[in-house]
Write a protein that binds this ligand. Structure first.
Ligand code: G6Q
Length: 551
């Protein structure tokens, strides 16, 4: 047994689970009319309602005790103080410094990082304003009409999500595009309608060694030079965001056009840095800084609120309650705001790459389940697709339902209809439909006798499906910043309790290494035989069928 599963509080939670597991949320709500007041937290315009979870006061007391016994409060301070808590890479974890809007000094290796952070923010402001005001001109003197962000993973998903999230704040005659896939269809489809004279590329790669990004960047460069025919004008069309300045200058990007990031920013936590440059260009630096402000306010809440009233901590504890005691395997993220459509994909990386670990901080194999499978989609789309399994399937899937009180537009009754679905789904997940209710409905529909009895088993829903509902006024830059920071900190707290390092990602290395070995084997026609029979068979099938031009 590990220290965690052997601990008295863990054992006690296991016993407590036995008393809760058969209780229905319906009964819990009837027994305690104050559940909503008790189990909801407000921060600015964000309401976090967790009353529809299979918890009691005792559950929350014990879960908070778990957080205390695993020193969560201490770890929070360690992160904010720039301690090298990413121990396998010997790095601090300081995305909070990127959105530190206070005067507070944040140090890494005894050096205050804030002056550099501010300098890069100013550099972002200058570039984004020059592009937005049409002062940044391409090599023919025409203004930039399209910006293409080339990056992958953490250098792509954040800006994709935030640019879409803040679409109502964007200027509409500027195209913002994202190329991440090494599949040439992605860059082909993106560049086909664009003109080199009016396109600005942002090459985003913390390492500047990521194959996918470098291949796409080289293709973009070729595409551009085919028209421009002059490398000296590259500076007007290519900028880079990286921690590897020499590699970026080697690519041909002048130092003035390089935006620094730092090794204390993890890729999937980097959207607050110059990695968010495409978003800043789209919505303007003032709005980008409002997003930072929203994140900062969540950081302050996380750093200072008591565990019981701390939104990210409570979210983390609820996740652990299901993951480790109810043995759920998944967690759904269901936004009801069209502009949050990329949030599930963003959180899938943030959560699964961070907490998809099975060795603890001492290098020992864990004997408990860690990060869940995160999935999701716009809730309204999901309702017509996979919610069936959530309502009546055999799996228990806790979910977050996220919705704005008002939309940016006001067209007919759209938003009210949307919100009626939000409330209906959280209620349906919780209450289900009892056998008696289903029977009464079938009777009202005119069924009786054997016909009614035959239909009855299919018509009732067990309910008792837990959800959190996160409501906010409107999806402003500030609210978006707060929501993302809230999830980042939830992930952090879970990592601390599971005693894993949420900030490395060694598991993604193996595939990259093997791909490097396989790439030369794809040249020529020689049959490959040094792998297992499946891999050999697949490679040889590919080599046999591919058109000659690829050889
Ligand atoms: C994120 C991961 C990963 C990374 C990409 C891109 O935390 O480390 O998704 O962001 O592999 O890396 P580069 O920015 O170095 O190209």
């Amino acid at each position: 047994m590990s220290l965690l599963t052997d601990s008295p509080v863990w054992q006690s939670l296991q016993d407590h689970y036995q008393t809760i597991k058969d209780q229905h949320l319906r009964e819990m709500f009837s027994a305690d009319p104050s559940r909503f007041d008790k189990f909801s937290i407000k921060l600015n315009d964000i309401l976090f309602d967790y009353s529809k979870h299979r918890i009691t006061d005792e559950t929350m007391n014990q879960l908070c005790e778990l957080a205390r016994s695993t020193n969560v409060e201490d770890w929070i301070q360690r992160m904010f103080q720039g301690e090298k808590i990413n121990h396998t890479e010997n790095r601090a974890v300081l995305h909070v410094a990127l959105r530190n809007m206070s005067e507070q000094v944040i140090k890494v290796d005894n050096k205050n990082v804030m002056p550099e952070v501010h300098a890069v923010r100013e550099q972002m402001r200058a570039l984004s304003e020059a592009v937005r005001t049409r002062q940044w001109r391409g090599f023919t003197g025409q203004p930039i009409t399209d910006v293409v962000n080339i990056g992958v993973g953490g250098s792509d998903l954040g800006p994709v999500m935030a640019t879409e999230g803040l679409k109502p704040y964007a200027i509409h005659d500027l195209g913002i595009h994202f190329v991440s896939n090494v599949d040439e269809n992605h860059i082909w489809d993106t560049l086909e309608p664009l003109k080199p004279e009016t396109t600005l590329f942002i090459i985003v790669s913390k390492s500047f060694t990521t194959q996918d990004t470098l291949v796409n960047a080289n293709t973009a460069r070729d595409w551009f030079l085919k028209t421009a025919e002059d490398e000296s004008v590259l500076a007007r069309h290519f900028v880079a965001v990286t921690d590897n300045v020499s590699a970026a200058t080697g690519f041909g990007i002048g130092e003035k056009n390089i935006f620094r990031m730092w090794d204390w920013v993890g890729g999937r936590y980097s959207l607050w840095s110059a990695v968010g440059l495409s978003t800043a260009i789209a919505v303007g630096m003032d709005h980008f800084e409002e997003m930072l402000q929203g994140a900062h306010e969540m950081d302050e809440h996380f750093r200072t609120a008591p565990l019981e009233k701390n939104i990210p901590v409570v979210m983390a504890l609820l996740g652990i309650w299901y993951n480790n005691f109810f043995n759920t395997q998944t967690y759904a993220v269901l936004p009801y705001d069209q502009h949050l459509r990329y949030l599930p994909a963003y959180l899938r990386q943030a959560d699964m790459e961070s907490n998809g670990k099975s060795r603890d901080r001492y290098g020992e194999q864990v004997d408990y389940s860690t990060g869940p499978v995160i999935f999701g989609q716009l809730g309204i789309t999901g309702q017509h697709a996979f919610y069936q399994l959530m309502h009546q399937g055999t799996k228990l899937i806790p979910a977050d339902i996220i919705a704005p009180v008002t939309s940016h537009h006001c067209i007919r009754e759209h938003h009210r209809i949307l919100m009626s679905n939000v409330f209906a789904q959280t209620e349906a997940f919780m209450k289900g439909k009892t056998e008696d209710e289903a029977r009464a409905e079938l009777k009202a529909e005119g069924l009786s006798g054997e016909d009614l009895e035959n239909m009855l088993p299919y018509k009732f829903f067990p309910g008792n499906k837990p959800t959190s509902t996160i409501l906010f006024k409107t999806l402003t830059p500030k609210t978006l910043g707060s929501i993302i920071a809230m999830y980042e900190h939830k992930i952090f707290v879970q990592g601390i309790i599971w005693n894993i390092n949420s900030y490395d990602q060694w598991g993604v290395e193996l595939g990259k290494q093997l791909a490097k070995n396989i790439l030369p084997e794809l040249e020529g026609d020689v049959e490959i035989s040094n792998h297992d029979s499946s891999t050999n068979g697949l490679i040889n099938y590919y080599k046999g069928l591919r058109p000659k031009r690829d050889g």
